[in-house]
Structure formats: C-alpha cells, structure tokens
Design a protein around this ligand. Sequence first.
Ligand code: UP5
Ligand code: MG
Length: 201
Amino acid sequence: VMSSKPNVVFVLGGPGAGKGTQCERIVKDFGYIHLSAGELLRAERNKPNSEVGALIEKHITEGTIVPVKITCGLLAQAMVETMAVDANKNNFLVDGFPRNKDNLDGWNSEMGDKSNVRFVLFFDCDEQVCMNRCLARGQAGSGRSDDNVDSLKKRIQTYHDSTMPIIDYYNQQKLVRQINAGRPVDEVCLVLIIVLYTYYC
Ligand code: UP5
Ligand code: MG
C-alpha cells in the first residue's frame, strides 16, 4: 500500500538520446529513484519462468511497444516496493515511458489517481546521432538485441509515429522541459541540472 503518492517525472526522447545516462547522473543530487521501463522489461524477459518473456523480446527486437498492462504493472510494482522500504523515496524518474497512446491511456487509468506527474523531460537529439550512439554501443558489446541497424530503424520509426505524439500531448499541457541532447554528456548534464533547479527552487 502506498503511504503517499509517488511524484513522477517522465523522461522521453529517441533511442540513444541519453535518457539512461543522464538519469543516472542526477539521481543522487536530486534524490530521485530511476526506473527505466526498458530495463524493467529486459529484467522480466530474463526471468527463466516469465510468461511474457518471449512477447517482450519480440517487441524489443521489432522496435514495437509492449502492451501497457505489462509495463505499467512493472513500474507500479517497482514504485510500491521502493516506497515500502523507505516512504521518503517517492520521487521517480520514469525513463522511456509512456511511448504511445496505449501506454498513456493505461497509465492514466491505472496510475492517474495514484501518482503526481510533475513534468516531462524531453531529450531532443538528431536521429542519426541517436542511431550512431546505439550502433557504437552494440559494437562495443552491449549485448542488447536491439542495438543493430534493422532494429534501430524500427525503433526510430516507432519513436516518430507513436512517441512524438505523446510528447506533443504533454507539450500542450505545458509539462515538457526540452533539452538539447546532441551535445557531449557533461554539457547535456549541466543544462539538465539548470532545468531541474529552475523547477525545484
Ligand atoms: N551517450 C549517451 N549520451 C551521450 C552524449 N551526450 N554524447 C555521446 N554519447 C552519449 O545512451 C545510449 C548510448 O549513447 C550509450 O552508449 C551512451 O554512453 C551514449 P543511453 O543513456 O543508454 O540512451 P537512452 O536514451 O537511454 O537509450 P536507450 O537505447 O535505452 O533508448 P530506448 O528508448 O530505445 O530503449 P529502452 O530501453 O527505453 O527501450 C527498449 C525497448 O523496450 C523499446 O524499443 C521497446 O520495444 C521496449 N519498451 C516498451 O515496449 N515500453 C516501454 O515503456 C519501454 C520500452
Ligand atoms: Mg535507456
């Protein structure tokens, strides 16, 4: 049972925009818990007895989006477990979600009343830069089954067709904080810190 509602910051941007890298950099100083939807899905897929592991892996390699019931369930479970250990850990960076209308609707119906979505960080990055970063990561041995040209083309297409409309939706609600993510890691991080200070101070 949640003692108080979790505060949620959604982190969106194309594949390889640097969502995970930047989230890891700010967790400590801003007291966030980082939940990557993609990481939670990969962990579920890796469980030997998962009933949805094969389904998840198919979506990951095809660059398509896992049904919200699965993803939202994993996110909600992670938040409940975190807050059960320490009720003060109630500020979450939810990285890589919601990615499409199904995700958004599912979140709103399951979590709308049980969480406070504070704002959305949008890491804006040229798609060729995104592609090159993920390919380099694959070549360096990431082991990710979607760090190859075929999967990346599909991931970028899905991002265009399905995720950009979600960013537009939050933008209309004035909830989006946009960050130029094409710069080196340290520079992006500095801009991010300024954006967060502007919000919290
Ligand atoms: N790097 C990072 N920042 C850099 C910078 N400024 N300059 C130079 N290099 C930089 O970074 C990617 C790579 O780039 C790394 O090697 C990094 O060192 C370097 P990372 O921080 O990992 O970027 P990120 O945006 O997190 O990229 P990721 O590949 O994780 O993005 P995706 O959004 O594609 O992946 P995710 O894990 O979120 O999802 C994978 C799949 O899971 C999806 O395609 C989908 O099939 C499924 N999924 C769902 O179905 N539903 C969900 O809700 C979430 C995922
Ligand atoms: Mg990531």
